[in-house]
Design a protein. Structure first.
Length: 175
């Protein structure tokens, strides 16, 4: 079942860099926060840009239908309707492009954070991601169990470990 299309937002402060985004973006937590907090915050969720791109088509047709009665001849109406559709198509295409970029960035960040938090290789994380069927939070606990971490609650309280120079420390969670 499709979600209801919201009314088109108005009076949003436009940024010259992201003029095509009508809705506020998600506020991500700092990367020093524990991975589970970032997952629960929704930092790795599917980007909303694809759904917003679908809404643009609907809003374009609404605007075209609202100006239909203003024109007497069909030629001028078609020109105006095409310019409106072109404007909305540009916004839609940029939203789709942003959606693909954000999705790829989030997937790479998930893989990186799982390897930093639990150890192992990126190929291991990708293999688990392909086979796992559930939420990202469930995958977090499953992967911790898979890596032999017995006390996941201790892992939640630990800040994310940033590796510096020198020999890596032993992982106190695998014992």
């Amino acid at each position: 079942m499709a979600k209801k299309i919201p009314p088109k937002p108005t009076h949003r402060k436009r940024s010259p860099f992201y003029w095509w985004r009508r809705f506020p973006t998600h506020q991500m937590l700092h990367h020093y926060k524990p991975l589970i907090e970032r997952i629960q915050n929704g930092d790795f969720d599917y980007p909303p840009y694809f759904e917003q791109a679908k809404w643009e088509d609907h809003w374009a047709e609404e605007e075209v239908n609202s100006i239909r009665h203003l024109f007497k001849d069909s030629q001028s109406f078609l020109e105006e309707a095409n310019s409106i559709r072109r404007k909305y198509a540009k916004r839609r295409n940029l939203l789709i492009k942003d959606g693909y970029e954000a999705d790829e960035k989030r997937l790479k960040e998930i893989i990186k954070q799982f390897t930093i938090t639990f150890g192992g290789s990126k190929q291991d994380v990708v293999a688990v991601m392909e086979k796992f069927d559930g939420t990202l939070e469930e995958m977090y606990y499953f992967y911790a169990e898979l890596k032999g971490i017995k006390n996941v609650s201790l892992l939640q309280t630990m800040p994310a470990v940033r590796r510096g120079r020198g020999r890596p420390r032993k992982n106190p969670l695998i014992q």
